[in-house]
Structures are given as C-alpha cells and as structure tokens.
Design a protein around this ligand. Structure first.
Ligand code: NDP
Ligand code: HSE
Length: 427
C-alpha cells in the first residue's frame, strides 16, 4: 500500500464489477473515512475489449495476468466467476502478496480450503462475503458472532433467481419457463440459468456455509442436489392447500461434531416457518445453534447493488487490516469432512401420483407405503376424467431410502400410471 492510498484492481466489470465501481465512487468519502486511506481503482480486467464501457478505455485491459503481478496494485477484487482463469488469477495474486476479495461461490466451494490457506500463510486477507447471499452478511457472522455455537441445522434460500421464479409461480399462477425468461431479463439469473435452476449455485453456497460452520471443506461431490425444473404450478397449489410454500433450500444437517449432510432440493416449508415468507429475489439463511437457538438473516441475495455492498464491506475490512499493518484475517479450514448420504435422511414427503380411477387403488398404494414403514399424514385426491385420478399424499417422518422403496413398489403396480413428482417437507 502506498502512503495514503489503497490501490485496487477489479477483475471483471459486469453486473457486480460495475456496481462495485459505482458504489466506491458514490460513497467514496464515507469509505475513505472508515478505512483511513483513499481507495482508488487503478486497473480493470475484462474479456471483450470491443464492448462499450462507461469508463475510459485506458482503464481496461484483457491482460489479467499483468494485473495480478502489478506491484502497484494492493488488492484484487475477482468478479469474473467460474473456475478458470479465476482460480489461477486469485492464487497468483495471493502469491504476489495481494489481498483478494471474491464473489465467486464456485471457486470458493471447490478451492476455498487451499486458497484460504495460501492467504493465511502469506498473512493476507481473502474475503468472499458476496459469494453467499449477495448483500446479506452471512459469512462474517458465521466466522465470528456465531462461531461459539454448535450449528445443528442450517436452511437457506440462497438463490435469488429460483426464489423469484417460485414466488412468481405462486403469486401469479405463472409457469416455470415464462418466469425464468423474466428473471434473466432483470439480471438475476446468471448467463447460464442451469447454474440457478438446477441447484448448482445453491450447492456451492451451502457448501461454503457448511465449511465455515464446521471448520472443514464440504466436498462438492457430497452435496446432494436437485433443482426446481420439476416444480409445477399444480404442486404449488397443492402445497398451499396443505399449508406450505415451495422453496429451493440449501440444507446442512449436523450429524455429529465432524459429520454433516449437505443437500439442495426444493422443499415444502410450513407457512409459519420464517423462510416461507422470504419472497422474490430475497435470500435468507436460518440457523439453529445450540446456544443461540434460531436466527435468520435475510435481504437481497443477487443483483449489482446488494452484491457490491458485500464486496465493499470486504474491501473496508482489507483496508483497515492493511492500515493497522495487521496479519490478514483469512480463516483457514481443512479437508476431510465426513458426510452423510441422502438415503439416511429422516423427513416427511409430499408425493403426487396419477393413478387408474377404479376400486382398491388406495388399498394398493397404502400397501406399498405400509410395506416400507411409511405412514401417511394427509391426502388430497381428484378425478381427472377418462378413468384417471390424481392423488397427493403427505407422509409422516420416514427414512428416505424407505420412502424411495415405497415409490418403486408403486411404480411396479399397474394402478399407478405415473409418479408425477415428490418433494421433501421441512419446518
Ligand atoms: P458478469 O457476467 O456480469 O460479468 C463478468 C465479468 O468478468 C465481465 O466483465 C467479463 O468481461 C469478465 N470476464 C469473464 N470471463 C473473463 C475472462 N476469461 N477474462 C477476463 N475477463 C473475464 O458476471 P457477474 O458480475 O454477474 O458475476 C461476477 C461474479 O459475482 C461471479 O462469480 C458471480 O457468481 C458472482 N455473483 C454475482 C451476483 C449477481 O447478482 N450477478 C451476486 C453474487 C455473486 P466482459 O465485460 O469483457 O464480458
Ligand atoms: N444467480 C445468483 C442468484 C446470483 O440468482 O442468486 C447471486 O449469487
């Protein structure tokens, strides 16, 4: 850091990069006062030099390697996304003695343990508050204020795009495809919506949160993942009738002190649970700690401004640390997390079946559930005409492997035309 100046370079000038730049300009005085030094964005790395930008061309370069090697840059803010070249750039920046801020959840979920250790070894900062929950402070509270608790369970609505889609499907009676297009137009959905709607984005975020809460990296391959493509307007209506909302949840179940289950899937959540009323692009994280009890954080989880807010918060941390000649505050977490498969989950389940509309159908289905020790809690049914019927069941808590066994038995039974969908129930 030069005498009175923190020299910052942005890698990426898209939704979050441009928002970060703007926030730094608009709130410059307050930010300078909080750090005690001026902050200047000196260089910006981008991919496509032909794009029109709202800043002088001289600020931009496609040579990002030269930025992370530049002795006149103190802090790198990585806002490219994805693994490469982001991973190599972040590693090189740290090895060149620069503190790093990133909003890249995929990078942190897959390489967090290694990168944080490099930062720690170099007495540098590596912060990633924006990677989970956009503008909501989640990572710092987990690292600090809640760190004395054993986290027993965490459930989060961690993807703005899918929450926006599910909320619109529920409130406007819209279908999935139409609402997805709108979410992309508003800039909530990322370039490839697969990341959002198939649950990858949420799986990175819940893995990061689990890694911090349990002190070891949650391996991505151990995170069970389902997206929301299978959710229909009809299931949202049935859920409503039964007293639930449908949300895409990232969940961590603590099994023991060093063993957890990480899962991402749509879930019916009881209307009286605080997560049920988190709507639109809002995100929320609900945590149950052994001493703190239940806490919930909520706010805008995506978009240029809220995400910039988290990035700038990290930058202020880095600046204060540098101003105090501090050792950096990267909090390392190791490897070797023990994980539990989804089969052993004990939960309640919602299932919607199409059946043949004739006597004894219910008897067949009850038998299949009974054989696998699955007890039923609620049921709705209607005829669809032409000899077909639709039945919806809610089960009491049962082991997931047993529930799947019952479904397989029903599928083999001629009275079942199709198992249309099934969804886990929380709260
Ligand atoms: P955008 O796609 O809007 O912007 C990406 C930027 O990175 C662009 O400026 C692009 O250059 C640049 N870039 C991409 N690939 C390369 C490359 N290979 N070399 C050089 N530059 C490259 O992404 P977002 O701003 O939406 O997201 C940035 C990060 O923030 C991601 O990690 C994302 O997951 C995370 N994030 C995003 C949120 C959001 O609401 N959008 C919220 C929370 C986190 P060019 O301009 O030339 O195309
Ligand atoms: N696409 C992500 C979302 C951006 O919709 O939540 C924030 O990480």
């Amino acid at each position: 850091m030069s005498e009175k100046l923190l020299r910052v370079a942005l890698l990426g000038y898209g939704t979050v990069g441009a928002g970060t730049y703007r926030m730094l300009q608009e709130n410059r005085i307050a930010i300078t006062e909080k750090i005690g030094f001026s902050v200047e964005i000196t260089r910006i790395g981008i991919k496509d030099p032909s794009k029109e930008r709202d800043l002088p061309a001289s600020m931009f370069t496609t040579d990002l390697d030269s930025i992370v090697a530049d002795p006149n840059v103190d802090v790198i803010i990585e806002l490219i996304g994805g693994i490469e070249p982001a991973a190599q750039l972040v590693e090189n920046a740290l090895r060149n003695g620069k503190s790093v801020i990133t909003a890249n959840k995929e990078l942190m979920a897959k390489h967090g343990s290694r990168l944080v250790q490099i930062a720690k070894d170099g007495k540098l900062d590596l912060h990633y508050e924006a990677a989970v929950g956009g503008g909501i402070p989640l990572i710092q509270p987990l690292k600090h204020q809640l760190a004395g608790n054993d986290v027993l369970k965490m459930m989060g609505i961690l993807n703005g795009t899918t929450n926006y889609i599910l909320t619109a499907m529920q409130q406007d009676g819209a279908e999935f495809g139409d609402v997805l297009a709108e979410a992309q137009a508003k800039g909530y959905a990322e370039a490839d919506p697969t990341n959002d709607v198939d649950g990858f984005d949420t799986s990175y975020k819940i893995a990061i949160l689990g890694s911090i809460a349990f002190g070891k990296q949650v391996p991505m391959e151990a995170v069970y993942r389902e997206g929301i493509r299978k959710i229909t307007k009809l299931d949202i209506q049935y859920a409503d009738m039964l007293g639930y909302r449908i949300k895409l949840l990232g969940v961590i179940d603590a099994i023991t002190d060093d063993r957890l289950r990480a899962r991402v899937h749509p879930a019916l959540i009881a209307k009286d649970h605080p997560l049920a009323s988190v709507n639109g692009v809002y995100n929320a994280l609900w945590i149950h700690g052994d001493f703190v009890g239940d806490v919930m954080f909520s706010g805008r989880g995506a978009g240029s401004d809220p995400t910039a807010s988290a990035v700038i918060g990290d930058l202020i941390d880095v600046g204060r640390n540098r101003a105090a000649n501090g050792p950096g505050s990267a909090l390392p977490y190791g490897l070797g997390m023990q994980t539990e498969p989804i089969d052993t989950l004990v939960a309640r389940y919602y299932v919607r079946l199409n059946v043949v509309d004739r006597p004894k159908v219910l008897g067949h289905i009850a038998l299949a559930f009974g054989e696998f020790d699955v007890s039923l809690a609620a049921m709705e049914m209607r005829t669809l005409g032409e000899g077909k019927g639709e039945i919806v069941f809610l089960t009491h808590p049962c082991v997931e492997a047993d529930f799947r066994g019952a479904l397989a038995a029903m599928e083999r039974d001629a009275v079942t035309s199709s198992i249309e969908t099934w969804i886990r129930v929380e709260g």
